[in-house]
Design a protein around this ligand. Structure first.
Ligand code: HEM
Length: 158
């Protein structure tokens, strides 16, 4: 009986850096393995996940809790990637889907919602900055998930 109660326990919200570290390791493990966006990390940038995680954790800790001292630029590395191989609406759409799936698999609550919305907003901003203000939000593939399409939140990852 006890194990049933444990299984039904509601997920907790993101409470701080430790939770972000768990979330980000899970998200980037999925992103690196993803056939669409994985090669940007593994082949183009040659990202060392253990080196990347502390910086990205600072970025998210700053974004959600205002406690970390992230002073980097999220735009610069993506500009470099984009000139090596175009980052498309579908690529950013996949990033958003994986981000939502990682959060929904672990956490639930106002901070989890804010992290999802913020990831989506940064994805949209980066895409607009790289591809241009008039670039299409949908493509031929599974498509970009626009900010307005909140009902697509539960769309499957594939
Ligand atoms: C298809 C979409 C994306 C791809 C393929 C991608 C890939 C990458 C890669 C390869 C790097 C460089 C890592 C290194 O140093 O080796 C990077 C850095 C980074 N990305 Fe992305 N990214 C994407 C979208 C996003 C989004 C939507 C966010 C929003 C939170 C984001 C946040 C960052 C940040 C904060 C950095 C680190 C900048 C720094 O070093 O200070 N990325 N990304």
């Amino acid at each position: 009986m006890n194990e049933h109660r444990a299984a039904a326990r509601p997920r907790a919200d993101i409470t701080g850096r430790e939770d972000l570290a768990v979330l980000l390791r899970r998200f980037y493990t999925a992103a690196f393995a993803d056939p669409r966006i994985g090669p940007f990390f593994t082949q183009i940038a040659g990202t060392d996940l253990d080196a990347h995680l502390p910086r990205i954790t600072d970025f998210w800790e700053r974004a959600l809790f205002r406690t970390a001292d992230y002073k980097g630029s999220a735009l610069a590395p993506h500009r470099a990637l984009h000139s090596a191989r175009q980052l498309t609406a579908e690529d950013f759409g996949r990033w958003v889907q994986l981000w939502r799936a990682a959060i929904d698999g672990l956490y639930e609550g106002p901070l989890a919602e804010r992290a999802k919305a913020q990831g989506e907003r940064v994805a949209l901003t980066l895409y607009r900055r790289l591809a241009g203000a008039d670039a299409p939000l949908t493509g031929r593939g599974p498509g970009f998930v626009p900010l307005a399409a909140l009902e697509l939140r539960s769309a499957s990852v594939h």
